[in-house]
Design a protein around this ligand. Structure first.
Ligand SMILES: [Zn+2]
Ligand SMILES: [Zn+2]
Length: 154
């Protein structure tokens, strides 16, 4: 197992497998940069490829048209919200966010902002409370119908 992991280290697939060692990070960065170079060349040949009016157009395609610049500025402005909305939370991430650890530590681990983790914790707690309330109501109405059934029988 250890050998197999070492074999892909320093290649983009090492990073994709979740390895964050320096050679893997460098390989990933290089790969991303190469992809971007390729994208920018393709965009120069055919500007309609660029998703104009998005931060991706600005960042990934190096487009500097007005809609792309505006989208980038807006996204930067609400960085927290952008992080939140841009990448959906996975169930595993939600579990990690609810762990009893410093939020800063969790945020760093998930690559999300402090605020994003804080908001997720809040949302999860509210959801849990809602579910508990629903369960209680279900139990109450279930036992209520049992009681009336008893009364009717006697
Ligand atoms: Zn590695
Ligand atoms: Zn554009």
């Amino acid at each position: 197992m250890k050998r197999a992991a070492a074999d892909v280290c320093g290649t983009p697939s090492g990073y994709k497998r979740g390895c964050r060692c320096t050679p893997c990070r460098e390989a990933h960065a290089e790969h991303t940069a190469a992809q971007k170079r390729d994208r920018v060349i393709r965009a120069a040949a055919d500007p309609s490829l660029v998703p104009h009016g998005t931060q991706s157009g600005y960042v990934n395609w190096s487009c500097r048209c007005t809609p792309c610049c505006e989208a980038n500025r807006a996204a930067r402005h609400s960085a927290d919200r952008a992080v939140n909305g841009y990448r959906p939370w996975t169930d595993a991430e939600r579990d990690i966010a609810m762990q009893d650890r410093p939020i800063r530590e969790i945020a760093a681990e998930l690559g999300r902002t402090y605020h994003a983790v804080l908001t997720m914790r809040y949302q999860q707690r509210q959801q849990q409370e809602r579910q508990q309330l629903q369960n209680q109501q279900r139990i109450r109405s279930a036992s209520g119908s049992v009681l009336t059934a008893h009364k009717e029988a006697s």
